[in-house]
Design a protein around this ligand. Structure first.
Ligand code: GLA
Length: 382
């Protein structure tokens, strides 16, 4: 069982009695602005309905005891944090380390989640932010979403050892219901962008999972840094389309193509946020299609399964645009579809993709959800 009730039931079964606090940390889908966050650029993600839930109770000592549906039990002391092989619990240890474990109190908590793992919907960032909220709540600290997102990113980079930008943790901590969020990844400025009511956001899970993503991701980052260095700027964010001809003379062919993606994607993302502001969903959809082509051809992070899913999507009635989402190399694409056509779209794309590939797709409409929050158990507003 997942959701709030599932986490509470698991808590009671494992630890006995009632939890005091329930936390919800959603997954995210990025609508546009891919591989731009670590170039100090712009992204436009939103939180989704799928989420990680934690039911928890503070402890009087400095022990953290965790249980997770399907992933077993882990226990550690805040006085003796050791990087280990505790799987999912390493994200919780990592956040304790990044927050400064000396300031924190112990707790026991039960985790459930319906965010698919490895699909590009940020199940790990949700776990980190859930952990940050748990430690904040039991330790009597004030919740600072942006500071917590930065600590969660540090946990992922330095404790878990996966390099990532700030997008996932920041949107999970700060999202607003019914809105996407334009994030300036240099200033960490946040501008909510309302999603029109007559369109649906459809998640297109190809049923494939990311492979080699860490090494390919690091490789893309290095190419972007090479291009920025050749241009003499701190980050690709500082360049515009007009600079590409000059860059062609200063750097290698691969770095040039990676840079062309990032520079054009930043412009598309700002343009997309303006399109949302005036309700121009048709233009928004075109920008999503262009983003996919750029990720496929210049940044080379798509896959056959993602390309097939996007091709089928853009061919269907009512689809305004579609693109791969997240780091790439498998996982999910996302489509913007007229609300009136959404049910038919889901049925049709599932049928066509299943026939054209050997994979088992999972296609569903999601809603822009609120960011992570913690509630005392008596409070039923979640
Ligand atoms: C992963 C990373 C993010 C971002 C995306 C690509 O999701 O965690 O920081 O770089 O890839 O846009």
């Amino acid at each position: 069982m997942t959701g709030r009730g599932g986490a509470i039931d698991l808590f009671t079964a494992r630890f006995g009695g009632e939890p005091d606090i329930v936390i919800r940390a959603p997954g995210r889908v990025n609508l546009i602005g891919e591989h731009t966050d670590y170039n100090d650029g712009f992204v436009l993600p939103m939180a989704i309905e799928q989420a990680t839930w934690v039911a928890l109770r503070p402890r009087d000592d400095r022990i953290v005891r965790l249980t997770s549906e399907g992933h077993g039990d882990v226990s550690f002391s805040l006085d003796d944090l050791v990087r280990g092989t505790d799987g999912w619990a390493e994200y919780i240890k990592g956040i304790a380390w990044a927050m400064g474990s000396a300031q924190l109190h112990g707790w026991e908590g039960a985790f459930t989640s319906d965010i698919p793992i490895g699909a590009g919907l940020s199940s790990s960032a949700a776990l980190e932010i859930a952990g940050a909220l748990a430690f904040t709540s039991v330790s009597g600290q004030a919740w600072d979403p942006t500071a917590s997102a930065l600590m969660a990113q540090r946990a992922e980079n330095e404790w878990v050892g996966v390099s990532c930008g700030i997008m996932d943790q920041l949107i999970i901590a700060t999202a607003e219901a019914d809105n996407a969020m334009l994030i300036d990844c240099r200033t960490l400025g946040l501008t909510p962008a309302p999603l029109p009511g007559d369109v649906a956001i459809v998640i297109l899970d190809t049923g494939t999972r990311r492979e080699l993503v860490d090494s390919e991701y690091d490789d893309r980052r290095r190419a972007c840094e090479r291009a920025a260095e050749a241009a003499g700027v701190p980050a690709l964010r500082d360049l515009s389309i007009d600079d590409i001809a000059g860059l062609a003379r200063a750097t290698d062919e691969i770095a040039l193509r990676r840079a062309r993606h990032v520079i054009s994607e930043n412009e598309r993302t700002i343009d997309a946020a303006s399109a949302l502001e005036i309700g121009d969903v048709r233009h928004f959809g075109e920008l999503m299609n262009d983003s996919h082509k750029s990720l496929r051809d210049d940044f080379e992070v798509s896959s056959d399964a993602l390309d097939l899913m996007v091709d089928i999507a853009t061919d269907l009635e009512g689809c305004l645009g579609a693109r791969m989402t997240g780091a790439g190399f498998g996982g999910c694409a996302v489509a913007l579809v007229r609300d009136s056509a959404a049910a038919q779209f889901v049925e049709e794309i599932t049928r066509r993709y299943s026939t054209a590939s050997n994979n088992d797709p999972h296609v569903y409409v999601t809603r822009a959800a609120a960011g992570a929050h913690a509630r005392q158990i008596g409070d039923r507003t979640t």
